[in-house]
Design a protein around this ligand. Structure first.
Ligand code: M6R
Length: 366
């Protein structure tokens, strides 16, 4: 089953072009997106909602966080993502006109299922599940559904499930934007075209694996690492940090780079590698000054940039260039090298990559 790969995680990382192409197949077949991708009643539901709430755990929660940036920016709808285990036990103000999304690879995560049931008791009816397992409890219990086509994910560390969730959430964002008159036909065609090219762009990023592996060798003896991102790449920094802790047992934390001065900068010294996600977006100049602050304290920087980012490598500043900036799809591309970084750091450390200690693939108990 593993073919030429050493671990399922590595295989699943490399399956992402195929997984994305399969997940997007029906959506990008024509020149126009149809709400029915999310179920027969989706058009009606999308027309009557005034907010979006996303509930999930772990990596799936990070996908939800990215989507909250997309949905507010592109569709103009208030959107928040919340950790399912928090939501289920807090007294929240329910909005029955919200679209209530649960995100899950397995569709069997106990906290996410309980959060969905809790939301229903609060009056939420517009429920949508984005899930990788067709017959799962979450799918069965939701009114609308979108099935990601990642295929079985065996490695405990979620990889292809995450990027295919992002693809699904981006389709949803475009449909909501279209429904509200915020997507011109020309923009719709351009987005569909970009989605068609996405698997090929992911393939290009995968080709950077040998360089990422060299970087990973420098992480193996470290105790801690800091991941920085801004805007919609802050959740990607969170995902990079989660991957590193989960399989290499290196303590990692993610911060929105603007928060550095408010505390974490105190941790930075030569023993603290700092990973920065540096796409060529409107926050790049801000991020660059955050990176200077790190460098001034002796922190070694590992920067994942776009081809057009213009950060020059120098002493203590390592730069890897991905493709040209991919606009709103950039979080998907920037996830890939972080997955490879954690995979190779774990290999260096000799941990059990596919079955990290203390963790289960599917968390079906609280
Ligand atoms: O199956 P789910 O997407 O609901 O699982 C949620 C989390 O348990 C899962 O994403 C977990 O965080 C992964 N092991 C992270 O790699």
């Amino acid at each position: 089953e593993l073919g030429n790969y050493r671990h399922f995680m590595q295989k699943e990382i490399h399956e992402q072009p195929r997984a994305l192409a399969d997940t997007l197949h029906d959506a990008v077949a024509g020149e126009s997106l149809l709400p029915e991708l999310f179920g027969v009643e989706a058009g009606e539901v999308f027309g009557c909602i005034n907010a979006v709430t996303i509930l999930a755990c772990g990596t799936s929660f990070h996908a939800g966080k990215v989507a909250s940036y997309w949905i507010e920016a592109l569709a103009g709808i208030p959107c928040r993502a919340e950790i399912a285990s928090e939501y289920r036990y807090r007294d929240s103000v329910a909005n029955p006109d919200a679209l209530l999304i649960t995100l899950s690879q397995s569709g069997e995560t106990a906290d996410t299922l309980a959060a969905l049931n809790h939301a229903k008791t609060l009056g939420h009816q517009h429920t949508l599940s984005i899930c990788n397992v067709p017959e799962s409890a979450l799918v069965r219990q939701s009114r609308l559904r979108f099935l990601t086509r990642a295929g079985p994910e065996i490695g405990v560390a979620s990889t292809k499930a995450f990027t295919t969730q992002l693809a699904a959430l981006f389709l949803l964002t475009l449909l909501l934007a279209k429904q509200r008159g915020r997507l011109t036909p020309a923009a719709e065609v351009a987005h569909i075209q970009a989605l068609r090219q996405l698997p090929g762009k992911v393939q290009q990023v995968l080709a950077l694996e040998p360089e990422v592996e060299r970087w990973a060798e420098r992480f193996a003896d470290k105790q801690h690492a800091l991941f920085l991102g801004r805007g919609m790449h802050y959740p990607i920094a969170m995902e990079g940090a989660l991957k590193l802790k989960e399989i290499s047992y290196i303590h990692a934390e993610a911060y929105p780079a603007g928060e550095l001065k408010h505390g974490p900068l105190a941790l930075v010294d030569k023993d603290m590698p700092v990973v920065a996600i540096a796409p060529n977006d409107i926050l790049l100049e801000k991020l660059k000054s955050n990176l200077q602050e790190v460098r001034a304290r002796g922190g070694e920087l590992y920067v994942f940039a776009d081809a057009d980012t213009h950060i020059v490598p120098s002493e203590g500043i390592h730069v890897l260039q991905l493709a040209d900036h991919a606009g709103p799809l950039s979080p998907i591309l920037h996830t890939i090298p972080l997955q490879m970084l954690s995979y190779h750091a774990a290999l260096q450390k000799g941990t059990d990559v596919d079955k990290p200690r203390n963790l289960a693939k599917s968390v079906t108990v609280e």
